[in-house]
Design a protein around this ligand. Structure first.
Ligand SMILES: [Zn+2]
Ligand SMILES: [Zn+2]
Length: 377
């Protein structure tokens, strides 16, 4: 589906000023915010579109790239995350791998010269059992995070005082330095671009405006997730600096190894031991599935390693589509601890095989190969 034009999404002219963009975005974000429109997919989409459009258009360099090249000019993997701190949105999404290079370097993204900075995105690894991953679950996680200091409400300044205009840059956040013929603009070393300085720092956060805290979040894991899948909790990352929006929290799924099943995408594999007699005569086995045991008919003459497919007994993928299959690999088990009677029966059986290759389809071919290898045919 073709992406809508970002200006169209926000309902502004192409030449719109920063203030006009912000105003339009705020209006849309308020209107379509998921907290106000619970379970309304259309609103959620409009909210996300507005976020994405604003994220790009509010950034001068991204906007220039977009104006020149359209959607191809802005990296889609960076879209859709801006302004998420709005009222603590908490809706989740499953993403593909487009976000893989996303962690860590995102701090300050969307930060504007001399002002608010978006908080960093955080990553949390969530260990799940296979059953939880297949069926979906809700888990509470405890995450460390930087939150706005309650004492100074994030300003960093002692209660009753407020930050004053930086005397080095005069509040612009940038300073000009003369280097030979060139005049270079740099972030103000004193206020680090905020344009404000704190003369009387808050005692609780030592002027940072943010303090580390733990918070407990409830994460809804949809059925079918696999190792590497990510769930985004919008606005649950680190708090922004100077009143900027919070980052996002990415919950990354890691599915633990299972005692019986190995998973490969939507298919499950398991090994089922069968007796030598069942393999030879045929029989019925009980095999495990995630929904309990089922019966599996084994034809006579089954060799070890043979795969039996149980359709639809695998995993229904989180991104849709039918459930995969369960593949049972049979392993013929050599009987041990034979008693006298069993031993006699087997010895008698062995005598019946002697010199008759019809009963050993693998061995006869194998011995032929060995003969050819040594050239003594
Ligand atoms: Zn300054
Ligand atoms: Zn404080």
């Amino acid at each position: 589906m073709a992406k809508r034009d970002y200006y169209e999404v926000l309902g502004v002219e192409r030449g719109a000023s920063e203030a006009e963009l912000k105003k339009a975005y705020r209006r849309l974000a308020m209107k379509h915010h998921p907290d106000r429109n619970p379970d309304d997919k259309a609103s959620e989409d409009l909210f996300k579109d507005a976020n994405e459009a604003y994220e790009v258009l509010s950034d001068a360099s991204k906007r220039a790239a977009y104006d020149q090249y359209g959607h191809a000019g802005v990296d889609p993997s960076m879209g859709g995350a801006g302004g998420a701190g709005f009222g603590g949105a908490n809706f989740s999404d499953i993403f593909g791998d487009v976000f893989s290079d996303f962690f860590g370097g995102a701090g300050g993204r969307g930060g504007q010269r001399g002002g608010a900075q978006r908080g960093s995105d955080l990553r949390y690894t969530l260990e799940l059992d296979l059953e939880e991953a297949v069926r979906g679950t809700t888990v509470n996680i405890r995450v460390p995070t930087l939150v706005n200091c309650k004492v100074c409400e994030g300003s960093g300044a002692k209660k009753g005082t407020s930050p004053v205009t930086c005397t080095t840059c005069g509040g612009i956040g940038q300073v000009r330095m003369q280097q030979g013929f060139f005049s270079v603009q740099q972030t103000c070393p004193r206020c680090h671009g905020s344009g404000k300085m704190i003369t009387d720092p808050c005692g609780s956060c030592h002027g940072h405006g943010r303090v580390e805290e733990h918070k407990t979040l409830s994460v809804k894991v949809p059925p079918g997730v696999d190792t590497g899948d990510r769930i985004r909790l919008s606005g649950e990352g680190e708090a922004g600096a100077m009143g900027g929006p919070a980052g996002d929290l990415y919950v990354v799924v890691n599915v633990r190894e299972h005692a019986i099943f190995q998973r490969d995408g939507k298919h499950l594999y398991c090994e089922v031991p069968i007796s030598f007699a069942d393999a030879a005569l045929g029989g019925e086995l009980e095999v495990p599935t995630l929904d309990g045991r089922v019966k599996l008919k084994i034809p006579e003459g089954t060799q070890t390693g043979k795969l039996f497919r149980l359709r639809g007994k695998g995993v229904a993928p989180v991104r849709g589509g039918g459930a995969g299959d369960l593949m049972c690999r049979v392993a013929v088990e050599t009987p041990v601890s034979l008693d006298r009677r069993q031993r006699e029966l087997l010895e008698e059986f062995r005598r019946t095989l002697q010199g008759d290759t019809r009963h050993s389809p693998k061995a006869s071919g194998w011995f032929e190969g060995v003969k050819r290898f040594f050239g003594d045919v």
